[in-house]
Design a protein around this ligand. Sequence first.
Ligand SMILES: *Cc1c(COP(=O)(O)O)cnc(C)c1O
Length: 471
Amino acid sequence: MLENASRRLSALPSIGRLLETESAMALVRSFGRTAVTGVLREVLEERRSALRTGRAVDLDLFAILAQSSEILKTRSLPSLRPVFNMTGTVLHTNLGRSALPDAAIAAIAEVAHGACTLEFDVRAGARGDRDTHVVSDICAITGATDATVVNNNAAAIMLVLNTLAPGRDVPVSRGELVEIGGSFRIPDIMARSGCHLVEVGTTNRTHLSDFANAIGPQTAMIMKVHASNYVIEGFTKVVPEKELASLCRDHGIPFVNDLGSGTLVNLEDFGLPHEPTPMDALRSGADIVTFSGDKLLGGPQAGIIVGRKDLIAQIKSNPMRRALRCDKLTIAALSEVLRIYRNPDRLAEQLPVLSDLSRPVDEIRTVAERVLAAFKRFLGGKGDAIVVDCYSEIGSGALPMRTLASAGVGLYPSPDEPSEGKALKRIAAALRALPVPVIGRIHNGALILDMRCLRDEEKLIEQLSHHGSVQ
Ligand SMILES: *Cc1c(COP(=O)(O)O)cnc(C)c1O
């Protein structure tokens, strides 16, 4: 037995012998000698230890090279790469939120190559302001008198608080002390921005008098936070924005409204439920409104601050803004997305977020029918695939209670699998292991793949047919 193992050990090809082959040389050209030698060594070592423990291994030179090539290819994949979002959550924060329109992607590439007019006024030949590329469109769309843009909405809120209320009191309704996920909590943000949070009212009911009683000489502003990812129902009372605005005016303090998603259109025009817009918030008397660029707006990650000119000027002169500013890629993309909003008739067609959200369920079901066979093949007898009705969510905290009727492919493990749960996890893992990972959602004993956001059907079918399958 031992003798046999040692004879087989000596039958393993050496590193030198492997490196002389045509295929190893091709690998060296692609991945470099150090990486190839390292992986060959690993693969040989793995086989050696298998032999020592008496396991069967393939000693063939070509098998060793093929395995090494697979390892090198997998390891050279960037860790940040595209996936198929079939979770049913359109604006999925962990999957990068909104898909950008082609024009915005082209604009990013254009400025990424080299120098651009980021902070340069070409006509005057003098230093410019990076906000100028987006501010006039933001103001035209929202009706605001001025605006500025930072890295994301969390940054926008911090900057507003730190500018308008450092060391002072900010009353917020107890029903609006939001946690957004990823550790964004209003009370923590307040503290880090140097403000003193004054909790007002109760979880379910807050009255105007609660706010009026909370205002004192230390009060810097009143803040309203859109309860984007939850709903308080039943015996509830929220103070209307107009009343808060007028209370603030009486005391000579600003009224700030954090909208979160801040869609720039009336979503009902697209067959979707209503979500408050920055235009609504400004009309209701907010002095400052903040919202995200990559939620319902459908642009790049950004935080947009709109409102009164004098307050925006103060915000822009806060030294913290330098640390929170957007880069040229974001500004290029945002400017292009805002340009699309100039023509509202073509929005649903040109803005991927809106086209995904307003996609008719019949069309989604046809997509599911077209890709069904490829999923059946991929399962290879380890289960069954059928077209199913399902529900999508908008995501990123927008309209948490509203789902959108959708359709997809449901993958069910074969009934003779000993454990349904484990079999489902294996199917999900095999789909995640594809070159463009397919991400679904496990629900009621099935892996549901919602087809709402699928654009490249050919790519999906191609990789399901040519790469791996369920083991
Ligand atoms: C999403 C959200 C934020 C955070 O915005 P980011 O762009 O993710 O930084 C803040 N407030 C509300 C109400 C939100 O919904």
